[in-house]
Design a binder for this molecule. Structure first.
Ligand code: CP
Length: 324
């Protein structure tokens, strides 16, 4: 019999921060997914608000552009009745030369409880977490990790397939520069999925010994037998040189179109963290087609981020419906 996330008894949340899935145990991941399941129901009520984080203050501190992550953390905080402040680096005193640490110290002077941070350099959220009394949530650090994206991806897979254990998940695209790929590999393999990585050799990480994944450079092989196809954008902003000859060639060799999709399992899930480059990694007919769960990923991101805010704020265990 297959074990689902809901079946597993989980221990309490003991961490101040959420920095990555590398350091989380399978049980901690299950606790977040289980808590998100409870919060998912809140978003379906006519009054979509609970008092769980009343009196807490959350700061969104974003050094890179974002649509989905920043918005869903803001909405998640509001649905939990927390106060939320949005700070974009370009319009803050960071643009006048203030260091990140001084910015954080000034935020702490307001007694903020949670700092959600996205930064272009790997490790910045970790450095802030070590210095700050506030809880820190990594909303994406360079090419390193994007834990809440992988958690919402896992939540969506669990919801659609009823399980994660034993599923074949193929991640296709710019693996080398993708924090989404890294977080998904750590999370999915801990929950027992079999992960295949596919992309041009120039976009594959050099050292994959401890990744516990299969690697192929042939997209047809990655599609065959997959239960989930996770497409990734080419991250030009993180490449120091041009690593693919042209987007047209990339599309021909690795893009997911209707013809390729038809060779896969009929019920394969098509996922993408966004933003999509339509006509490059994914044709519109597939992005908007019946196998696509891309917008459901965005919906589930809200429940997952409510769960993460709730847990790091010290609530520590999945809420019952009555408590909420
Ligand atoms: N998936 C993701 O992180 O999207 P944003 O860059 O819009 O937040």
């Amino acid at each position: 019999m297959t074990t689902t996330v809901q079946d597993v008894a989980v221990s309490p949340w003991m961490r101040k921060d959420l920095l990555g899935l590398w350091e989380l145990s399978a049980d901690e991941i299950r606790l977040i997914l289980q808590t998100a399941g409870s919060f998912r129901e809140v978003s379906e009520r006519s009054i979509k608000k609970v008092p769980a984080l009343r009196g807490k203050t959350v700061v969104n501190l974003f050094f890179e552009p974002s649509t989905r992550t920043r918005t869903s953390f803001e909405l998640a905080a509001k649905r939990l009745s927390a106060d939320i402040i949005n700070i974009a680096a370009q319009t803050s005193s960071l643009s006048k030369g203030e260091t990140i640490l001084d910015t954080v110290r000034n935020l702490e002077a307001f007694n903020v409880d949670i700092i959600v941070i996205r930064h272009q350099s790997a490790g910045v959220p970790h450095a802030i977490a070590r210095k700050s009394a506030a809880s820190v949530i990594n909303a994406g650090d360079g090419s390193h990790e994007h834990p809440t994206q992988a958690l919402l991806d896992m939540f969506t897979i669990q919801e659609k397939k009823g399980r994660i254990e034993g599923l074949n998940v193929s991640i296709i695209g710019d693996i080398a520069h993708s924090r989404v790929a890294r977080s998904n590999v750590w999370g999915l393999t801990k929950l027992g999925a079999k992960v295949t990585l596919c992309g041009p050799p120039t976009l594959m990480p050099k050292h994959l010994d401890d990744w516990n994944t299969r690697v192929t450079f042939d997209v047809e092989e990655a599609i065959e037998g997959a239960d989930v196809l996770m497409l990734l954008r080419i991250q030009h902003e993180r490449q120091e040189t041009t690593l693919v000859p042209s987007l047209r060639e990339y599309r021909l060799r690795y893009g997911l179109n209707a013809e390729r999709l038809a060779r896969g399992k009929p019920d394969v899930l098509v996922m993408h963290p966004g933003p999509i480059n339509r006509g490059v990694e994914l044709d519109s007919s597939v992005a908007d087609g019946p196998n696509s769960v891309i917008l459901e990923q965005v919906t589930n991101g809200l429940a997952v981020r409510m769960a993460v805010l709730y847990l790091v704020a010290g609530q520590g265990r999945p809420p019952s419906i009555e408590e909420k």
